[in-house]
Design a protein around this ligand. Structure first.
Ligand code: HEC
Length: 140
């Protein structure tokens, strides 16, 4: 009895250590800045980003019911509201929400999901660069 609880506790300690290590390593692996992500998308697309085109993409319905602005607001310098759940979504423009575009895994995950919802496909690197360059141009 004693022995098994000892084994159990060392297993738990191992789990805790592993979890801690992951927690310490994972964010660093994806940590980035809006400018770095814009640089990566621009390099991928091979052309400079065009903020005005990003704004247009953001507010156009791509043949579906929603635009990006349906959840994020047409001018995402303030909180938006999810079009179906009604949940509040923090401002998307990084100058108004310092957490934005600081985790490349998160950014990619939501671009994939939201572009599929709005456009029925993934966004291209050029579209991501355009949208991000417009969001970065929105200043206080
Ligand atoms: C149906 C609602 C909805 C629509 C439509 C939508 N989004 Fe989002 N978006 C969300 C939610 C929910 C999150 C995650 C919650 C959060 O980060 O606050 C999110 C997060 C994001 C992020 C993550 C940013 C980061 O790194 O923190 C990006 C980028 C994004 N959306 C871009 C877009 C673009 C571009 C479109 C249009 C193609 C779009 N969204 C349309 C709901 C939506």
């Amino acid at each position: 009895m004693k022995r098994s609880s000892l084994r159990q506790s060392s297993f738990l300690a191992l789990l805790a250590t592993t979890g801690l290590t992951c927690a310490l390593i994972t964010p660093a692996a994806h940590a980035t800045t809006p400018a770095e992500q814009l640089g990566a998308y621009t390099a991928q697309s091979g052309a400079p980003a065009v903020p005005a085109r990003g704004q247009q993409f953001f507010n156009n319905r791509q043949g579906r019911d929603w635009s990006c602005g349906s959840c994020h607001g047409a001018l995402p310098t303030q909180a938006g509201k999810h079009a179906s759940t009604g949940k509040t979504i923090g401002a998307l423009a990084p100058a108004f929400n310092p957490e934005r575009f600081t985790d490349s895994a998160k950014t990619e995950k939501w671009f994939r999901r939201n572009c599929n919802d709005v456009a029925g496909r993934e966004c291209t690197a050029a579209e991501k660069a355009d949208v991000l360059s417009w969001l970065m141009a929105l200043k206080r």
